[in-house]
Design a protein around this ligand. Sequence first.
Ligand code: CO
Length: 217
Amino acid sequence: MAEQKSLYESAFDNNKKWIAEKKSTNKDFFKHLAEGQTPEILYIGCSDSRATAEDLMGAAPGQVFVHRNIANIVGGADLNTLSVIQYAVGHLKVKHVVVCGHYYCGGVKAAMEAHDLGILNPWLRYIRDVYRIHQKELDAIIDQEQRYRRLVELNVQEQCINVIKTAVLQKTFLQTGSPVVHGWVFDVRTGELIDLKIDFEKELKHIREIYDLGFEA
Ligand code: CO
């Protein structure tokens, strides 16, 4: 029996097959790709290898602008994430911003435990902050796995709020009516995508009571 090649060893062969496959259904596939991008969605998700962005929503190249980091955090001073939001919202004019977390997130789990994780401490502190904001609700959940699942959801909710705090989101939405911010969770165990149904306009109004940056509709 031939030994199975690792992904690393077969990546370039796989690439050749992928090119042929794309061209067989649309011979101008790469010509169109080269013309530019007009993605509909900005997706901010976790780096977890199981929570892929395009795959789980059936998206094709060119449709989704993707940013992934540990535990889908939107930090207020994180130039990386904020630059992605600035470019996708301000320049590419995406219609939707999705923050997508996932159950069984290692980053969220680590933030629930008492460990020193070095450089990860300040990153995971964002999740501990989410816990502190919602401590009453979370501490009332006796079952640890249920509490862990709820923290994943609340983290998505708070990171959506962090997107709404940005100037580019407020300005672009108030002037053009989009993009809308959504919170999703991917269930690694079932493959299901769950919409947390965050009331964007209500959150925006609430956030602007304090984080109003002076933009008018
Ligand atoms: Co994760």
